[in-house]
Write a protein that binds this ligand. Structure first.
Ligand code: PXP
Length: 252
């Protein structure tokens, strides 16, 4: 099974909000971006409706639901308002992420251990509505054990520490080892494994050493490259790099 690409289009909305915050319309349109990504081979579209609505707006998420033909991966915090919205929106999958107002983007993984009961309840409600659930977690054994106990279908391994460690070969290897062990453990626990955060055209080839990956969620670097190359080309280039992924779900 080939490795899938979910394109996170939040930063298209970030650019729009930089000029058109508070307006009913504006450019660039994240929904048009989603269509372009899908037309170029992306397997899914990811968008995060933050509590502070700093990039994606409510109208975007509803228009995305109409427009997305592949899979809509709705990133969200586990809060009552957003869970209610997700139950009405019915994305194919929800990825639960932590949210802090001060951060520029999602920085740490979820504390699944600390919020296990609340996450399990939300997982039940979303699954009952036909929505799959993924948890964005750093690759640590106790958090992954807790993720499995919630009954979630997926984990998304947080690759941020790996991306940060990239310039230092020793730290990079250590983070890759943690991701590899995390992927093996999650797979053994019956979880399907996605990964994302901070992946780019340079560090992508190294992440292909991690086994059991189903999908990568990549945003910032694709939107950045699109400034020069255009979004269709940026997506195609990333897919080309990902085509070298050797791992099927049977690798150990
Ligand atoms: N996955 C999750 C859960 C995220 O929160 C983000 C960032 O919003 C990404 C993937 C994509 O990260 P990046 O924009 O650095 O590619």
């Amino acid at each position: 099974m080939s490795l899938k690409l979910g394109v996170n289009i939040d930063h298209v909305a970030t650019l729009r909000e930089a000029r058109y915050r508070g307006h009913a319309t504006g450019e660039p349109d994240p929904v048009a971006a989603a269509r372009a990504c899908e037309a170029s081979g992306a397997h899914g579209i990811t968008a995060h409706l933050r509590e502070d609505r700093r990039h994606i707006q409510d109208r975007d998420i509803w228009r995305l639901r109409e427009a997305v033909q592949t899979r809509l991966n709705f990133e969200m915090a586990n809060t009552p308002e957003i869970v209610d919205l997700a139950l009405r929106l019915k994305p194919e999958i929800v990825c639960l992420v932590p949210e802090r107002r001060q951060e520029v983007t999602t920085e740490g993984g979820l504390d699944v251990i600390g919020a296990e009961a609340a996450i399990s309840e939300t997982r039940h409600r979303l699954n009952d509505a036909g929505i799959e659930v993924s948890l964005f977690v750093a690759p640590g054994p106790t958090q992954l054990d807790a993720a499995a106990r919630t009954g979630s279908q997926f984990v998304e391994l947080h690759t941020g520490a790996f991306a940060e460690a990239w310039p230092d070969p020793a730290r990079r290897e250590e983070e890759l080892r943690r991701l590899t062990e995390g992927a093996r453990q999650a797979h053994a626990l019956g979880l399907r494994v996605n990964a994302g955060h901070g992946l780019n055209y340079e560090n992508l080839t190294a992440i292909l050493a991690v086994p059991h990956l189903v999908e990568l969620n990549i945003g910032h670097s694709i939107v950045s490259r699109a400034v020069f190359a255009g979004l269709p080309e940026a997506v195609r280039e990333m897919l080309k790099l990902m085509a070298d992924y050797p791992g099927g779900t049977t690798r150990s």
